[in-house]
Ligand binder design. Structure first.
Ligand SMILES: [Zn+2]
Length: 115
């Protein structure tokens, strides 16, 4: 799923998308490899200009602590445009507060495995 991230601040936001977090959540590696004597892996990054938005961002980016922190503080707005139906009327629970009844939400949590 992809999301649109809107930068609501007046400063450009630049986020690194660390391999251990982003690629794991993504399920594939999105890093850039620099060929050479010592091949280097450079994690991808996400730049959102001030008061602008970035569309088509994989929601794996929300796993990145820096980004989720800015989402929580309201600096970054998240829009999920791939949703078929509008958000259900009765579910007003905030994400993160899993005090709801029943089992744990079946969200696509990615297990971090040490390989
Ligand atoms: Zn990677």
């Amino acid at each position: 799923m992809t999301v649109t991230l809107t930068n609501k601040t007046r400063r450009m936001k630049v986020y690194n998308l660390p391999h251990e977090v982003y690629c794991k959540a993504l399920g594939k590696c999105a890093c850039t490899f620099i060929a050479g004597q010592n091949e280097r892996r450079i994690c991808s990054s996400l730049t959102i200009p001030a008061n602008d938005k970035m569309e088509g961002v994989d929601d794996a980016a929300l796993s990145v602590p820096e980004i989720s922190a800015d989402v929580r503080s309201g600096h970054i707005a998240v829009d999920t445009q791939t949703r078929k139906a509008p958000a259900s009327k009765d579910a007003h629970s905030k994400p993160g507060s899993s005090g709801q009844s029943g089992k744990a939400t079946k969200h696509s949590t990615v297990e971090v495995t040490n390989e």
